[in-house]
Design a protein around this ligand. Structure first.
Ligand SMILES: O=C(O)[C@@H](CO)OP(=O)(O)O
Length: 247
């Protein structure tokens, strides 16, 4: 048995403003920092002691991991980071207000872009103020892998190599693994773990700052489908709020 803890970053400044964020590197809001610390306390209160942490390359996930681990007295953990755990690239929607986008394009198109499995938003132009072209953190990424938009299917495809090559070996070595990442990169991972269909994944939302714990069997499949949120009541309310964004 191996233990995997998934943690979506705490509320970011752009979550608070209701903006599509994707690869734009925004920070946690004060509320998001509190959520991250609380996530760390939930780990300790439940006797969970991660041995290694994996994060995306985005500040909000890195800050969340640091705040949670400081609270859990484990700031010293080895860290691995990868663009493969980044949020879904939201293409030309990055920086746009969710409610205004819904009003402008209608509910159906809004939900297609936001939650369909295989419809990406239009690509972002390299000279857009919210493009990541030229961002030094992706300098070593082969240009053909650098996204300009992504649907969830694209995220599954770029995330899974990291799961198999970097996370599974840690789990196989008996380490308790913390993954601090994003709403849609974690939806991609949960889709894989729980074998959720392309249609049903539209209805799955991940709340900010609440650890989701999976016990995995010898095949790295969940012993309990859906895992377990460490604060199920708070998770339920926060999942509802994520689902209703833009309304
Ligand atoms: O804006 C984003 O990058 C994501 C996560 O905050 O939003 P959504 O939940 O709408 O996919």
């Amino acid at each position: 048995m191996a233990t995997l803890v998934l943690l979506r970053h705490g509320e970011s400044d752009w979550n608070a403003k209701g903006l599509f964020t994707g690869w734009v590197d925004v920070s946690l809001s004060a509320k998001g920092e509190d959520e991250a610390r609380r996530g760390g306390r939930l780990l300790t209160d439940n006797g969970l002691r991660p041995d290694v942490v994996h994060t995306s390359l985005l500040t909000r996930a890195i800050q969340t991991a640091q705040l949670a681990l400081a609270e859990a007295d484990r700031i010293w953990l080895p860290v691995k980071r990868s663009w493969r755990l980044n949020e879904r690239h939201y293409g030309a929607l990055q920086g746009k207000n969710k409610a205004q986008t819904r009003e402008e394009f209608g509910d159906e198109q809004f939900m297609l872009w936001r939650r369909s499995y295989d419809v990406p938003p239009p690509p972002i132009a390299d000279d857009d103020e919210y493009s990541q072209a030229g961002d030094p953190r992706y300098a070593l990424l082969p240009p053909e892998l650098m996204p300009r938009t992504e649907c969830l299917k694209d995220v599954v495809e770029r995330m899974l190599p990291y799961w198999y090559d970097e996370i599974v070996p840690d789990l196989a070595a008996g380490r308790t693994v913390l993954v601090a990442a994003h709403g849609n990169s974690l939806r991609a991972l949960v889709k894989h773990l729980d074998g959720i269909s392309d249609e049903k994944i539209a209805g799955l939302n991940i709340p900010t700052g609440i650890p989701l714990v999976y016990e995995l069997d010898a095949d790295f499949r969940p012993t309990r489908p859906g895992g377990e949120y460490l604060d199920p009541e708070a998770a339920k309310a926060a999942i509802e709020a994520v689902a209703n964004q833009g309304r």
